[in-house]
Design a protein around this ligand. Structure first.
Ligand code: HEC
Length: 320
């Protein structure tokens, strides 16, 4: 009895020892192989058909195609000169049928879906997309606690960090109608992905409510709201609440209240941790706000209809 217990304990100890060795080996491999040498240098992950690549700021700044790009009125709200790399060249591939969108993920859960067509248009007269790279030797200024310019919506890092290390900027944004939330900053990952409609059918305009206004509302939602808000689970943003589940704000806010909130959340209610930055008329023209609300309402109505369809034989008129 004693012997077998000893043996058993011995085996147990040996197992633990082997486990320790394995853990140590994995740790050592990680330290040597990945990142350790660059632990203090933030890296950008780029995922394309060529696979997954990682770049440090120094590597990007050393590229022969890096250039100085001047931008006025972005997240810093004044003229800034950035060192930047042409986005198209960095991605090294153009859209195909299956992946026609660039997903730009920021460190705080903000995720922009940027149509590849918008970026590609830069090669023939449209706005030109660049990835600005912060030189660790010449850090950019910190972001203001509450920004007012382009792309200032997200940013839990506001007040403590800059827009770097990687910031997607546009030259001549007006040429292609580039919208505010299509300027993601503090980017950590760029991936070529399938279009949002393909990935998230729940974002589609309901067929019975499809018209030019709701279609425009869908596009505005995708560009301006989905980086932070999901809709019925669709989307990748993680900053704000889902705007359809469990309830749509078109159902629990008055239309006037919802419009006021989108223009300026602080006009509706305030608290210290509030983060959403309102959309001025230059960020979001009245016609786009109308379209957006029509789209949100169509989504909510469609959901209510489907619910009453589910209750077979229920003849109650249901919503509205
Ligand atoms: C950069 C991130 C960001 C963007 C972009 C953004 N929001 Fe928000 N939104 C938030 C956050 C975060 C909240 C939660 C309240 C807060 O902290 O401000 C919020 C709250 C809201 C609310 C209130 C929800 C509730 O019940 O409290 C509505 C409605 C809303 N957003 C609509 C929109 C619409 C419509 C758009 C696009 C035009 C948009 N938001 C764009 C981050 C964002």
């Amino acid at each position: 009895m004693n012997l077998s217990r000893t043996v058993a304990r011995g085996r147990y100890t040996a197992c633990r020892f082997l486990l320790c060795l394995r853990v140590l080996a994995i740790l050592a491999a990680e330290l040597l192989g990945l990142g350790w040498a660059n632990a203090d240098q933030p890296a950008l992950t780029v995922v394309t058909r060529a696979g997954e690549r990682h770049f440090t700021a120094a590597e990007l700044l050393a590229r022969p195609d890096s250039a100085v790009v001047n931008v006025n009125g972005d997240v810093y709200d004044h003229a800034v000169s950035y060192r930047a790399v042409p986005l198209l060249a960095l991605l090294g591939s153009t859209a195909d049928d299956s992946s026609d969108t660039i997903e730009a993920q920021a460190s705080d859960g903000f995720v922009s879906q940027i149509p590849m067509a918008l970026v590609a248009h830069g090669a023939n007269g449209g706005a030109v997309a660049w990835l600005a790279v912060e030189d660790p030797a010449q850090p950019w200024p910190r972001l203001a606690a509450h920004g007012t310019g382009n792309g200032t919506g997200h940013g839990t890092g506001h007040g403590t960090a800059s827009a770097g290390p990687f910031y997607l900027i546009w030259e001549h944004p007006e040429r292609s109608g580039v919208m505010r939330e299509q300027w993601p900053y503090q980017v950590v990952r760029l991936s070529l992905v399938e279009s949002s409609d393909h990935r998230w059918p729940q974002l589609a305009v309901p067929p019975n409510a499809s018209n030019d206004t709701t279609k425009r509302g869908h596009d505005v939602f995708l560009a301006q709201c989905s980086p932070c808000h999901r809709l019925g689970g669709g989307g990748a943003g993680e900053v704000g609440p889902d705007l359809a589940t469990p309830m749509s704000p078109t159902q629990y806010l008055t239309e006037a209240g919802l419009r006021a909130l989108i223009r300026d959340p602080r006009a509706v209610r305030t608290w210290p941790g509030q983060r959403m930055v309102g959309f001025s008329k230059s960020d979001l023209p009245d016609s786009d706000l109308d379209a957006l609300i029509a789209y949100l309402r169509a989504k909510a109505d469609n959901k209510a209809n489907n619910k009453s369809d589910d209750k077979a034989n229920n003849t109650a008129p249901g919503h509205n």
